[in-house]
Design a protein around this ligand. Structure first.
Ligand SMILES: [Zn+2]
Ligand SMILES: [Zn+2]
Length: 408
């Protein structure tokens, strides 16, 4: 079968780091770690597994991070290569093991790609998995069954969805309701990231919320606030005009595309003021009740900490890595609550009901059939055109891309 293989090696990494700026092919061309290859179709590891033929598989920021070597070295103990990328998948079940009880051949499913204690076949699960916090599993560094890997696509023993077939443990399969389209189902993984982030630190009704970012996760946060019907005022800060328009379509009340606009808007809020420090950027008193940083860069974190009001809530949804010279003064001086969020959970609670983030997401989407989630899919390509798919994610201004899918 065909699959997009990512084969990280130190020489390839060094060559790309040294010359990649001038020779992008070192990242995703012939000499890079990435290739469309013929690989052997995977077989069921045991009777609790099933086989899936992907319909769509998404390109995620974390895939781009791996391809362009931007992933923090702190994550490297929890990945293993070569691997077939792809963890945002909707597909059809083509085979089930004898002990699979919840899923049938022919069923349409999406995946929870986390390689948990249950997936690894451990008899006694780790403390995180016991609590339903499976995305924080303590065995991500590998076990006898499978090598290091937090999720499908980044584990050498379990191919991901940028391929014609993959195997998943029964606990990873999430049936898709008939009313939900393939494209929306293909985005359930990143949409769940946004939903989980909002549920971890929800804004209150009437609050002013700032969402920083113009990528899929920022829209997932805006969508989550909308789907949960939290009646607050949302401002999105992005870079480009099309990103602003997409936010407004999804229910943001205000779209800004520059720091100046952000500062001016903040000053229109009651009892806010601007001050000149001895050095550096202006300081603001007052600000947003809740900020969701969906980027994780020095600039976005700086904005998030500065734009939150006293005792404001700052939620980190973007994959922040090493940040140099960030001024943390605001965290203690304003008693901010800064909260990290990662992926999603098997035990999400909303309005007294406890369920997995993805199942709650599907329920909420079904309750809001007219909400225009599908337009987040801006590009689709066959696997063969993977270089174009990557370019579409790289040159966002030209392609105006949000979510790119492989159509398999
Ligand atoms: Zn992802
Ligand atoms: Zn675990």
């Amino acid at each position: 079968m065909k699959g997009i293989v990512y084969d990280f090696t130190i020489p390839k990494y060094l060559a790309a780091k040294a010359f990649g700026k001038h020779f992008p092919s070192l990242y995703y061309g012939k000499p890079s770690a990435l290739s469309l290859s013929h690989v052997e179709e995977p077989t069921l590891p045991n009777e609790r597994w099933l086989k899936v033929k992907p319909i769509y598989a998404g390109v995620c920021g974390s895939d781009m991070g791996a391809i362009f070597y931007k992933t923090s070295p702190s994550i490297t103990p929890f990945n293993s290569f070569p691997s077939i990328l792809g963890h945002e998948v909707v597909g059809i079940v083509t085979e089930v093991g004898n002990d699979v009880t919840e899923v049938e051949v022919g069923q349409r499913i999406t995946l929870d790609p986390y390689i948990t204690c249950e997936v690894r076949g451990l008899k006694s699960p780790c403390p995180a998995c016991r609590k339903g916090l499976h995305s924080l599993c303590r065995y991500k560094s590998g076990t006898d069954t499978f090598g290091p890997g937090m999720i499908l696509g980044f584990c050498k023993d379990l191919p991901g969805g940028w391929s014609e077939s993959l195997v998943v443990h029964e606990s990873m399969a999430i049936p898709v309701p008939d009313t939900i389209s393939d494209k929306v189902a293909a985005m359930s993984e990143p949409l769940s990231v946004g939903l989980h982030a909002v549920l971890r630190q929800p804004p209150k009704s009437g609050e002013h919320v700032l969402v920083i970012g113009g990528g899929m996760i920022a829209y997932a946060v805006i969508a989550a606030i909308h789907l949960l019907e939290i009646d607050c005022h949302i401002t999105q800060l992005s870079l480009l005009q099309y990103q602003r328009e997409m936010g407004l379509k999804l229910g943001a009340n205000n779209g800004l595309t520059s720091r100046k606009e952000l500062e001016d808007t903040l000053l229109k809020m009651p009892e806010t003021s601007r001050h000149k420090p001895a050095l550096g950027r202006d300081i603001f008193v007052g600000g947003y009740d809740a900020v969701y940083d969906c980027i994780g860069s020095k600039e976005s974190l700086d904005d998030a900490l500065r734009m939150a009001r006293e005792r404001g809530k700052v939620t980190l949804v973007g994959c922040a890595g090493e940040i140099k010279k960030l001024d943390w003064t605001f965290v203690w001086a304003n008693e901010l609550t800064v909260l990290g969020t990662h992926a999603y959970s098997k035990k999400e609670t909303w309005e007294g009901i406890t369920t997995s983030t993805q199942e709650l997401l599907f329920e909420l989407i079904e309750q809001h059939p007219d909400y225009p989630l599908e337009q987040l899919v801006t590009h689709e390509y066959p696997l063969e055109d993977y270089r174009e798919a990557i370019t579409a994610n790289l040159d966002r201004g030209k392609y105006q891309s949000v979510k790119t899918l492989f159509r398999i």
